[in-house]
Write a protein that binds this ligand. Structure first.
Ligand SMILES: NC(=O)c1ccc[n+]([C@@H]2O[C@H](COP(=O)([O-])OP(=O)(O)OC[C@H]3O[C@@H](n4cnc5c(N)ncnc54)[C@H](OP(=O)(O)O)[C@@H]3O)[C@@H](O)[C@H]2O)c1
Length: 288
């Protein structure tokens, strides 16, 4: 069992840290908004710390799941950042979805301090985090990955090293590119069904077992039919992810026309006040 810090107890981090505690690891959590850390320690064995540095002190592994590039820098760097508290030989595992650039930048800063760094973004949503069934795509040195993988297994259905530092984030970009057009297609299909007077549960029971079936269809059709979006993967985060994908696509010469279009649709959802709505809220935009 390892001494572990977990930074960021949001929709994803809260249950992920809980799985580590349930496996018997000695977990210290940090959350910017302290009330959430207190909520976590009220439900799980473990301690909470006032800063990332304090949480990281003595930890063999420091896991993080915060928001964007700047948020990740904020918890890693500076006098109160995790790197300041980590000893040489410790390993930082980042589950945030960020750019490959910030990953390489922080990985290099960690290496200077003798700290390992594994980029390990996740897919599988809130339910995947709660059920311990995430897909985890990693980048970094093989030895760091090998050391971290048994911990990540606490909340993973599958975990794979895709290559050197940043490769996990590149794989996550492929994941988001594949989802963007798919969710819009699902929203158009369910909007069409409702306007055509079909029952969504009956429709999905049939078509989900054919070639149109998808995770999004299985896990989101019921809430989409109810027009309920107050959970899950926030539109603000999806726009952050698609921005990362579009920039990387430009750099490597990969055309992303549908991704660019769906990014604009998510902008409409933000303007409707849906920045924190689940990404399946593309249907709300079609309803006007
Ligand atoms: N939700 C999903 O389905 C899903 C799926 C796959 C990947 N992701 C990715 O996972 C990451 C987290 O997503 P989430 O849904 O868990 O987000 P969330 O619920 O908004 O939680 C974000 C967490 O990061 C913390 N945070 C943000 N900025 C910070 C800063 N500058 N300094 C310190 N802490 C900071 C927040 O602290 P406070 O509590 O103080 O705000 C909160 O604990 C994102 O990169 C997202 O793209 C999410």
């Amino acid at each position: 069992m390892a001494q572990v810090a977990f930074l960021g107890l949001g929709v994803m981090g809260f249950p992920m840290a809980g799985h580590l505690a349930a496996k018997g690891h000695e977990v210290t959590v940090y959350n910017r908004t302290a009330a959430r850390a207190l909520d976590w320690t009220g439900r799980h064995p473990g301690r909470h710390a006032a800063t990332p540095r304090e949480a990281a002190q003595g930890a063999r592994f420091v896991m993080a799941c915060v928001g964007n590039d700047d948020d990740l820098r904020a918890v890693c760097l500076g006098p109160d950042g995790a790197f300041a508290g980590m000893a040489p030989g410790a390993i930082f595992v980042d589950h945030t979805t960020v750019s490959a650039e910030v990953t390489r930048e922080l990985s290099a800063a960690a290496r200077e301090l003798g700290i390992g760094f594994v980029d390990a973004p996740v897919s599988g949503g809130q339910a995947g985090a709660e059920n311990g069934q995430l897909s985890v795509m990693c980048g970094g040195a093989q030895a760091d990955y090998d050391a971290a993988e048994p911990l990540i297994a606490a909340y993973a259905r599958i975990c794979r090293r895709m290559g050197d530092s940043g490769a996990g984030q590149l794989a996550k970009m492929c994941n988001q590119i594949a989802i963007a057009g798919l969710v819009q297609g699902l929203a158009e299909s369910l909007n069409f069904a409702q306007r055509a007077g079909l029952s969504i549960p009956e429709l999905v029971e049939v078509i989900s077992q054919g070639a149109a079936g998808s995770w999004q269809m299985q896990n989101r059709h019921a809430t989409m039919a109810e027009g309920r979006y107050d959970f899950g993967f926030a539109v603000d985060w999806m726009r952050k992810d698609l921005g990362i994908c579009l920039k990387a696509g430009d750099e490597i010469g990969a055309a992303l026309p549908v991704t660019a279009l769906v990014d604009q649709f998510y902008k409409d959802v933000q303007l409707m006040g849906g920045g924190r709505w689940d990404t399946s809220s593309l249907l709300a935009r079609l309803k006007g």
